[in-house]
Write a protein that binds this ligand. Structure first.
Ligand SMILES: [Mg+2]
Length: 402
């Protein structure tokens, strides 16, 4: 059965989201309808364009242009500051909305994700109808527009969402690759950077179609293994899976009834250690990781109580479980005789890849997401430009999240 993958991408994310923030705070106009950009630090000459309105785009202003050159292109250009805290909120709202339909969502960046529709098609019907429906739902409930690409794999879904913007749904099924993708400039192929593009143009590979039909030997000579990968990509071949967290409520636990009541928490440590080994082994056997560690105690009056700790990154390591359990024990210790002790691992996940879950309410995850956002900006636009501002921003966030 062919897979059906959707790629959902927010149009001019930072600018749209800032527009909503400003409107919400009484700003008199919608900056999406003006010659506007979101800039790096305005006071620094090195500030760059992080996002632009469609009007600004029509004047030739591009993402990563310096603010100086952007102003040359448009004398009345309005520059607004970025607001990462707000962007994270909007991002989370988007992914929460989508997670109503499936948990098979891979967050690709702060404003993009892949959704595996294959298994839910029987529930929601035709994927194109579904895409239009969620596009409208996002617009009506969250106030911003998205592009949705539909294809049989992630690569083509991502390519499709990049076709005519904004507020559109496009398909790029297997049988549409030659007509819809081959005519595009080779630089438009996902993963082809500036340098690769130049090298390809030097050997007269101008379109994605040229690359798809390129000679393997020549490509290998020039690009080694990447050359073969490039040809595969140009042909729209991609087997990578949508990687998502699957959280299961059922936990793994072990308890020990003690031969005699234990009076000090230090005496309980060896029991905790042995329990950590037990549950650790069981969870690893199932190839799972736990988001939550719970310690249970029963006192000499048969009163049971427990404390738990939620982790930013799930674990399956004995040592980590033991350390966390000891610290939980200290928190809950009431200096009374203990008859039973137990450890339970909860909120298990099957994915082996440590990925950020935006659906989680744990604030420490927000920091991870923020860091991912910063990494992304640095990747895209060069660390020298953003570094200082982002470091400051991070500190600010850590403070606010505390
Ligand atoms: Mg986007």
């Amino acid at each position: 059965m062919d897979r059906i993958i959707l790629h959902i991408d927010v149009n001019n994310a930072f600018l749209s989201w800032s527009a909503l923030y400003l409107l919400k705070n009484g700003f008199p106009y919608d900056i999406r309808d003006r010659y506007a950009v979101i800039g790096g630090d305005k006071s620094k000459r090195k500030g760059i364009v992080l996002a632009k309105s469609n009007k600004a785009k029509k004047l030739g202003i591009k993402t990563a242009d310096t603010l100086y050159s952007a102003k040359q292109k448009c004398k009345n250009l309005e520059i607004y500051p970025s607001n990462y805290e707000w962007y994270l909120k909007m991002s989370k709202q988007l992914f929460n909305l989508l997670s109503k339909y499936t948990n098979e969502i891979e967050i690709f960046s702060v404003d993009e994700c892949f959704l595996d529709y294959t298994n839910i098609k029987k529930l929601y019907g035709n994927e194109i109808t579904f895409a239009y429906k969620i596009k409208e739902e996002i617009k009506n409930t969250l106030g911003f527009t998205v592009n949705i690409g539909i294809a049989n794999n992630k690569l083509c879904a991502k390519m499709a969402s990049d076709f005519l913007k904004p507020d559109n749904v496009h398909t790029l099924y297997q049988n549409e690759i030659e007509t819809k993708m081959y005519p595009l400039d080779v630089g438009d192929l996902f993963g082809v950077g500036k340098k690769t593009k130049e090298k390809l143009k030097n050997i007269k590979i101008n379109t994605i179609g040229d690359l798809a039909n390129a000679d393997y030997k020549t490509m290998y000579r020039l690009f080694k293994n990447q050359g073969v990968e490039l040809i595969k990509k140009a042909r729209g071949i991609d087997d990578s899976l949508v990687v998502y967290w699957k959280v299961e409520p059922k936990g793994i636990g072990n308890e020990i009834t003690l031969k005699e009541d234990i009076m000090t928490k230090e005496e309980l440590y060896p029991y905790l250690f042995s329990l950590s080994e037990h549950v650790g082994l069981r969870i690893r056997k199932q190839n799972k990781y736990a988001y939550v560690v719970v310690v249970t105690l029963k006192n000499n009056h048969f009163k049971r109580y427990n404390h738990q700790r939620k982790l930013a990154n799930p674990t399956s390591s004995d040592e980590e479980i033991y350390k966390i359990a000891c610290s939980i024990l200290s928190e809950m210790w009431q200096d009374e005789p203990i008859r039973l002790i137990g450890i339970r691992l909860d909120k298990l996940t099957t994915s082996k890849i440590r990925q950020i879950s935006l659906f989680d309410k744990d604030t420490s995850l927000n920091v991870d997401v923020l860091e991912k956002l910063m990494d992304e900006i640095n990747d895209k636009y060069g660390s020298q430009v953003i570094k200082k501002a982002s470091t400051d921003q991070k500190k600010l966030f850590h403070k606010r999240l505390k």
